[in-house]
Write a protein that binds this ligand. Structure first.
Ligand code: CA
Length: 234
């Protein structure tokens, strides 16, 4: 479920936004001032923030500027006046979109949906591009990795790799010859928020070796670097 935070000091508007967005199936958080908003944004993994500019204490522009240094969460600014629009655009504070009050709920919901979809697309594109940039079709003796088809072949035969085995192989192959620590592999392949230990890496390396090594007991492709991690020899 996508998490959205509404930052708005006018109770009536805040509650209307909360009610209508919750009805669309979003998990809602609300804040009535800038400091409370920052606190929630740091605690929750938000997918989108609706941020009013005129707030007591820390204003929306300031909140936006601070948030931009800490995360890439999409921010939709809510403005009451045209001169605020000039500020958002002119200062390049990093907001993703803005709406001028008063707006229709229908228009707001459409913008929210569009923004969430855009962000989702971007993340998928980045991952694909990173993988493709790192490894084009590459051949290591009888092993052929083809990221454009998401395929790995050995001696012409298609290997059945689990998603994480594939990602691990892509990451190793993209960094051929480099010593990669377990922690680094864990962070890049499983993500920084993965809570399992580095044993996960060892287990997947073992599985991968059984599929790509001529002799899994004496690995020559994925070599263990004692006390550190692994090195892909190809
Ligand atoms: Ca306000």
């Amino acid at each position: 479920m996508k998490k959205i935070m509404v930052v708005e000091d006018e109770p009536a508007l805040r509650e209307t936004l909360e009610y209508n967005l919750a009805k669309q199936g979003y998990e809602m958080h609300t804040a009535a001032d800038g400091l409370a908003a920052l606190e929630i944004a740091r605690k929750e993994q938000l997918d989108l923030i609706l941020l009013d500019i005129m707030l007591p204490g820390l204003d929306g522009l300031e909140v936006c500027r601070i948030l931009r240094q800490e995360s890439t969460v999409p921010i939709l600014m809510l403005t009451a006046r045209d001169e605020e629009v000039d500020k958002i655009v002119g200062l390049e504070i990093g907001a993703d979109d803005y709406m001028t009050k008063p707006f229709s709920m229908r228009e707001l919901l459409a913008r929210v949906k569009a923004l969430l979809r855009r962000v989702q697309l971007t993340q998928e594109e980045i991952e694909t591009q990173e993988q493709l940039a790192g490894v084009k079709t590459r051949t290591f003796a009888d092993l052929v990795i083809d990221p454009s088809r998401h395929e790995v072949r050995r001696g012409g035969e298609l290997l059945r790799l689990k998603p994480k085995e594939y990602e691990l192989l892509i990451f190793l192959a993209a960094n051929q010859g480099a010593v990669l620590s377990r922690d680094l592999i864990l962070e890049r392949v499983w993500g920084w928020d993965y809570t399992g230990g580095s044993r996960t890496v060892d287990v997947h390396v073992r599985w991968l070796r059984e599929k790509i090594e001529p002799d899994p007991a004496e690995p020559t492709r994925i070599v263990t670097v004692r006390g550190t991690g692994y090195r892909f020899e190809g």
